[in-house]
Design a protein around this ligand. Structure first.
Ligand code: KG4
Ligand code: ZN
Length: 317
């Protein structure tokens, strides 16, 4: 079964062709990062305009690279929510036009389900599965008793993890999106600064990161006032240590409480080296619990993950 995936929810215009939910025939991603980084974040109106400019060429490239013609395609899967409305509409309109013109079935995919299913490109799912979704816009713990059954156990009450990385990075003068840069600096530093760990109580699977972000910003402002220098690598290491500790502790608590067999980590922050390392160490203490991450290039937004999610969504309908 060949699925065409379309993703335009934020600042990546992407079209992919995926066979049987696993074999990526093509995954073309046009990233608008260079356009938005001068503003320090994504500007919605600018994003939709760039999607309009790029969608057709990305579409054509994906078909060409996969050597697939429209009549070979069995299903069209498009991200319809959540995301920037103007950006989403570009992908939705392209998907509807293509599906209608070629008489192909269309499924509407939730972006977060796409992130979770990026893991299927790496591993089968062993249910019950616990998904830790950590992206620029979301932080959620989701229990899955089977394919396409999602029960949200907890979510962030304020900032998403990726958003905190980007905001902390911005104060440190790092370019948007700063997550990867903070991660790279953290690996070279020592966690020498004291920062708050926020748990919100036992067996509470919600998260809160805004206090931590404010603590980092206060620390930097106080140092500036006192004319003290900040060791940026050590500050990144300190920030990453507490973020990773809260994510790992809550995920492990939820995994044990719900007796899951498999933890899947999803979203842009699933690329984080510190998170990968600490999750692996924690899961290793609980055999035969399994752990997977999406391949690095499928952690951030892409259409291949939407095609995989669409494949399973359609199977369940
Ligand atoms: O999933 P994604 O592409 O977009 C959303 O759906 O929101 O995630 C992008 C986010 C950005 O905030 C980016 O800074 C963060 O993922 N990110 C990272 C790393 N790589 C990307 N955060 C921490 N460490 C990384 N290595
Ligand atoms: Zn995303």
């Amino acid at each position: 079964m060949i699925v065409l995936g379309i993703e335009t929810s934020c600042d990546e215009t992407s079209v992919a062709l995926v066979k049987d939910g696993r074999e990526v025939l093509s995954n073309v991603v046009y990233s608008q990062i260079d356009v938005h980084k001068v503003y320090g974040g994504v500007v919605p109106e600018v994003a939709s305009r760039h999607h309009v400019q790029k969608i057709t060429v990305v579409f054509e490239e994906a078909l060409k690279e996969a050597q697939i013609s429209p009549q070979d395609i069995d299903l069209v899967a498009v991200t319809t929510h959540p995301g920037l409305i103007g950006s989403l509409l570009v992908g939705i309109n392209a998907a509807k036009a293509f599906a209608l013109a070629h008489g192909i079935k269309l499924v509407e995919v939730n972006h977060l389900h796409g992130h979770i299913y990026a893991n299927y490109l790496e591993s089968d799912f062993y249910f019950p599965v616990l998904a830790l979704v950590v992206s620029g816009g979301h932080t959620e713990l989701i229990l899955m008793k089977d394919h396409f059954q999602f029960e949200v156990l907890g979510e962030t009450l304020d900032d998403a993890v990726g958003e905190s990385y980007d905001k902390v990075g911005r104060v440190l003068g790092l370019e948007y999106p700063a997550g990867m840069k903070v991660d790279a600096l953290a690996i070279t530093g020592t966690p020498s600064y004291q920062l708050p760990l926020v748990y919100l109580g036992k067996a509470n699977f919600n998260f809160s990161f805004s206090g931590l972000k404010s603590a980092v910003i206060n620390l930097i402002n106080t140092a500036h006032m006192k004319k003290e220098t900040i060791d940026i690598a050590n500050l990144c290491a300190s920030f990453q240590k507490v973020v990773v500790q809260v994510l790992v502790d809550k995920t492990m608590q939820a995994a044990i409480m719900h007796q899951v067999k498999h933890i899947v980590v999803a979203g842009g922050v699933a690329a984080n080296k510190g998170l990968r390392q600490e999750m692996q160490a924690a899961v290793a203490k609980h055999p035969p619990l399994k752990l997977s991450f999406p391949p690095l290039k499928y952690c951030t937004d892409n259409a291949a993950m939407i095609a995989v999610a669409g494949y399973f969504q359609d199977k369940g309908e």
